[in-house]
Design a protein around this ligand. Structure first.
Ligand code: MOS
Length: 756
C-alpha cells in the first residue's frame, strides 16, 4: 500500500531508487499545506507585534503639498505614522548590481512626487490591524495635481526604437515578397493575482533584521533590502518557506518590505504589513500593455522570406522596462531577413514587472497569430506552414539547437487532437448544436542553468537533509529536490528533509524563468556525490565499522549503507551507524551547478523549450457564448523530473492562457489612473468553469546542455501559444478576426453566423 509520500507509477506501484526521476511523485509538502501547518509570510506572529497599513495616493501625478497625520496619530492604538518627511533615509540600489529591481523600491519615499495612482504615501502602525486600517483612512493628504499621461493606446509613439535583432534586409525582402501580411496586435495590461497577498513581517534583533516575506528570490531580496536599508548584507535575513505563487510579481522586493522594516526598527517591535487585493493592482507590478506590428513576406507556397516584429510596451515614469516581445521571434522560424525593434512608452502607472513567460508570451501571441493569418491567406494548413518553416539552427546566432523537437510537438499534438479531421471553412464544423473552431500555435521559452550551490547532509539520526537558498513558488520544488536525493542516495522519501526559503542557506536561484529545476538539480547531484565519498572515507577510517581499514576504492554506498563492492549492501553499515561510531552528528558536502555560460556543452548552443498548442472552441452564436472546450498541449521541456508536478504546471498555464485569450485585462480610469476592475470580483480570470479539458504530453528528451538531468523547467512554457491558438479557433468558428486581447462578446457579435 502506498503511503502519502510515496511515488507511484501509473499502475499504483511504489517507485523507488533512480526510477523516481520522472515518476508521478506527490508533493512532499502537500500535508503541510492541506493541514494549514505551512506558514506563509502573513502567518508569522510574534510577541508585541504591531500592524501596519499603507496609505496610498489618490492622484496619478503631482506632488504632496501637505500631509496631516495629527488626527490619525490620536486614534486608539496608533503607535507611529511614517511618510517621506519622517521615514528617514532609504537608499537606492547599486545600479547594475541588482538591475532588475524596480522604481517602486528604488525611489520609495524619496520625495513628495506622485508618479502613479496608488503610490504609497504613508504607513500607519497600530496595536491591531483594525486600528491601523481606521487610522490610515484618517491620514489627510493635500495634493497638487500635475498633468498625467494615462492614455491607454500607444499609437502615435514617435520616440526611439531599439533594434533588438536583425539579419538580412527585411524591408527590401518585404517589398519584393509575392505574399505579404501586415497586422498589428494588442495585449492589455494583465495583473498578477497569486492567491497569497504580498506581505512582510520585520523582526529586529539589535542591528540585524529578519524579514518574513513572500519572495521568489530570498537571496536577491536580502541583497536589495540590505542596500535599501543601508545595512551590511550579513545583517539581513529573508525567510520564505512557502509561497502562494507569484507569477513574477514576487521576483523583486517592493517598498512595503522597507516600510515594515523601518517601522519595526523605529518601534523596537515586530511589524507586519500585508497589502490587500486592491493594492495588489497598483504597487506590485503588472504585465504591461503591448502593441506589436508583425510584417511577413512569403512565397506563394508559404516559405517565409521576411519577418518584421516592431513592438511597444508601457513602462512607468522611472523604469525602462522592456517586455522583450521579440524573445522567441529570432529563432523560431527559418527566415533570411528579419528585424525586431522595441520602444518604451511612459505612462503615469506603477512599475511593470515580469509575468509568467514575460516577453515570449505576448510576443508569440502576435507572431503566431500572424502566422495563422498568413496560412489562411495562403489557403494552407497552419500546421503545414509551421512544418515547412521550421528552423534547423538558431539563425539569429548561427548556433545549433541544443535539443529542439518542435516539429515532433506539432505532429504528436496533431495526432492526439485529431487535426486531420479539420475542415477549413469558417463555421464548417458542428457538434451537439454548437459550432466548433480549431486553432493551433507554437510555443517556446528560454532555458538557462544558473550558478547555485546546494548542500546535502547525512545526519546521525538517519535522516538526510538538502539545503538551498532557493524557494518553492508552489510548483513542486521541495518534491523534485527530494527525488534527486532518493535517486542518488537510495534514501526513502520519508527520511529526506528539504530545507529551502532562507537567505542564510547556500546561494540558490530565483524562482523565475522556469530555471530552478534545471539549475539546482545538478548542484544537488554533485553534493550527493561529494557526501557519499566523504561517508565512505569516514567508514573506512572509523574503528568498529564493518569496513574499517578497507581501501575506499573497494567500497560502495547503496541505499544508505556503506559496504564492500563485492558484498551485499546489507553486509555494510548504515551511514547513521558510521556517524554514531565516529561521534559525528552529521556529515555535509556542498555541490555547485555549472551555469550555461560556463558549461562546455551549453556554451555554443541555443537552449530553449518548445511546445505546440491545439485548441478547440465551442461557439453558440444564438447567445454569443464561446468556451474553450479542449486543449492538447505537447511540451518539449527537456527531461521531466516529476510527471505529476510538471503536468500541473502546464495545465495551470493553459488555464491561464484561456484567461489571457478570453478574460484578463486590467482597466484603468483614464482620468485618475485608478484600476476600475482592481478586485477579484471585477478582474476576470479563468476559473474552474472556464477550464477546458487539457491533455498534456511531454516529449521528455533530456537536453545535453542542461547538465546531468537535462531538465529545462516547465513553469512558463505552457502559457505560450495558447492565446493565438484561441484567436485562430475563434476565427475558424465565427469568422471574426480578433487582434486585440482578450476576445470579447462584443467582438463575437460581429460574426455573420447567427445560428447553428
Ligand atoms: Mo517568472 S515571470 O520568471 O516568475
Amino acid at each position: 500500500m502506498a503511503r502519502t509520500f510515496d511515488a507511484v507509477d501509473e499502475s499504483g506501484k511504489v517507485v523507488t531508487g533512480a526510477a523516481i526521476i520522472g515518476a508521478r511523485v506527490p508533493r512532499i509538502d502537500g500535508p503541510l499545506k492541506t493541514t494549514g501547518a505551512a506558514q506563509y509570510a502573513a502567518d508569522y506572529h510574534f510577541e508585541r507585534m504591531a500592524h501596519a497599513v499603507a496609505v496610498q495616493s489618490t492622484i496619478p501625478s503631482g506632488r504632496i503639498r501637505s500631509l496631516d497625520t495629527a488626527a490619525a496619530e490620536k486614534m486608539p492604538g496608533v503607535v507611529l505614522v511614517l511618510h517621506h518627511g519622517n521615514i528617514g533615509q532609504l537608499y537606492r540600489t547599486v545600479p547594475g548590481d541588482q538591475d532588475a529591481t524596480n522604481s517602486e523600491v528604488r525611489a520609495a519615499f524619496e520625495d513628495e512626487i506622485i508618479r502613479h495612482w496608488g503610490q504609497h504615501v504613508a504607513v500607519v502602525i497600530a496595536e491591531t490591524f483594525e486600528q491601523a486600517t481606521a487610522a490610515a483612512a484618517a491620514v489627510k493628504v493635500d495634493y497638487e495635481m500635475a498633468p498625467a499621461d494615462l492614455k491607454t493606446g500607444l499609437d502615435g509613439y514617435t520616440g526611439q526604437r531599439k533594434s533588438v535583432s536583425k539579419r538580412g534586409d527585411p524591408d527590401a525582402a518585404l517589398a519584393k515578397a509575392p505574399v505579404k501580411l501586415d497586422a498589428s496586435y494588442i495585449t492589455p495590461v494583465e495583473t498578477h493575482n497569486p492567491i497569497e497577498l504580498h506581505a512582510s513581517v520585520a523582526v529586529w534583533d539589535g542591528d540585524r533584521v529578519t524579514l518574513y516575506e513572500t519572495s521568489q528570490g530570498v537571496v536577491n531580496h536580502r541583497v536589495v533590502m540590505a542596500q535599501v536599508l543601508g545595512l551590511p548584507v550579513q545583517n539581513v535575513r529573508v525567510v520564505t518557506r512557502f509561497l502562494g505563487s507569484g507569477f513574477g510579481g514576487k521576483l523583486f522586493p517592493w517598498p512595503h518590505t522597507a516600510m515594515a522594516a523601518v517601522a519595526a526598527r523605529k518601534l523596537g517591535r515586530p511589524v507586519k504589513l500585508s497589502l490587500n487585493r486592491k493594492m495588489m493592482f497598483t504597487n506590485v507590478g503588472y504585465r504591461p500593455r503591448t502593441e506589436q506590428r508583425i510584417q511577413l513576406g512569403a512565397t506563394p507556397d508559404g516559405k517565409l522570406l521576411a519577418l518584421r516584429h516592431d513592438y511597444l510596451n508601457v513602462t512607468s515614469q522611472l523604469d525602462d522596462y522592456d517586455e522583450g516581445c521579440g524573445e522567441a521571434t529570432p529563432y523560431l522560424y527559418s527566415v533570411a531577413n528579419l528585424e525586431i525593434t522595441s520602444g518604451l512608452v511612459r505612462r503615469h502607472m506603477g512599475a511593470p514587472m515580469y509575468m509568467r513567460g514575460p516577453g515570449a508570451v505576448p510576443g508569440l501571441y502576435a507572431l503566431e497569430a500572424a502566422m495563422n493569418e498568413l496560412a489562411d491567406q495562403l489557403k494552407m494548413d497552419p500546421l503545414q506552414l509551421r512544418l515547412i518553416n521550421d528552423a534547423e539552427k538558431d539563425e539569429s546566432t548561427g548556433m545549433p539547437f541544443s535539443s529542439r523537437h518542435l516539429k515532433e510537438c506539432y505532429t504528436v499534438g496533431a495526432k492526439k487532437f485529431g487535426w486531420e479531421k479539420r475542415t477549413p471553412g469558417i463555421g464548417s464544423m458542428r457538434r451537439d448544436g454548437k459550432i466548433i473552431g480549431w486553432g493551433l500555435a507554437g510555443a517556446s521559452w528560454v532555458a538557462l542553468s544558473l550558478p547555485c550551490t546546494a548542500s546535502v547532509e547525512l545526519c546521525a539520526n538517519g535522516r538526510v537533509c538538502v539545503r538551498c537558498g532557493t524557494q518553492d513558488i508552489g510548483t513542486g520544488t521541495y518534491t523534485v529536490f527530494a527525488q534527486v536525493l532518493q535517486a542518488k542516495l537510495g534514501i526513502p522519501m520519508d527520511r529526506i528533509d528539504v530545507i529551502l526559503g532562507d537567505s542564510a542557506l547556500p546561494t540558490g536561484p530565483m524562482s523565475g524563468g522556469s530555471m530552478v529545476t534545471g539549475s539546482v538539480l545538478n548542484a544537488i547531484a554533485n553534493a550527493c556525490t561529494g557526501v557519499m565519498s566523504k561517508i565512505v572515507a569516514l567508514a573506512a577510517a572509523t574503528p568498529g565499522s564493518p569496513v574499517e581499514g578497507a581501501d575506499v576504492k573497494t567500497l560502495a554506498f547503496t541505499q544508505g549503507n556503506i559496504h564492500k563492492q563485492d558484498a551485499s549492501f546489507e553486509s555494510g553499515a548504515s551511514f547513521n551507524q558510521v556517524l554514531n561510531l565516529a561521534r559525528l552528528s552529521g556529515l555535509m558536502a556542498e555541490g555547485k551547478n555549472t551555469p550555461s555560460w560556463e558549461d562546455p556543452k551549453a556554451k555554443g548552443v541555443s537552449l530553449h523549450s518548445y511546445g505546440a498548442q491545439f485548441v478547440e472552441v465551442e461557439w453558440e452564436p444564438e447567445i454569443a457564448r464561446l468556451r474553450v472546450s479542449r486543449v492538447v498541449t505537447v511540451i518539449d521541456g527537456g527531461r521531466i523530473i516529476n510527471r505529476r508536478a510538471a503536468a500541473n504546471q502546464v495545465m495551470g498555464a493553459v488555464v491561464m492562457g484561456v484567461g489571457m485569450g478570453l478574460l484578463e485585462e486590467t482597466v484603468y480610469d483614464h482620468r485618475t489612473g485608478q484600476p476600475i476592475n482592481g478586485s477579484m470580483a471585477d478582474y476576470l480570470m479563468a476559473t474552474c468553469a472556464d477550464s477546458p479539458h487539457v491533455d498534456v504530453t511531454f516529449l521528455d528528451y533530456p537536453d545535453p546542455g542542461m547538465g546531468e538531468y537535462g531538465a529545462r523547467g516547465v513553469g512558463e512554457i505552457g502559457l505560450a501559444g495558447v492565446a493565438p491558438a484561441i484567436t485562430a479557433a475563434v476565427y475558424h468558428a465565427t469568422g471574426v478576426r480578433v487582434r486585440e486581447l482578450p476576445v470579447r462578446i462584443e467582438d463575437l457579435l460581429k460574426s455573420d453566423i447567427r445560428e447553428v
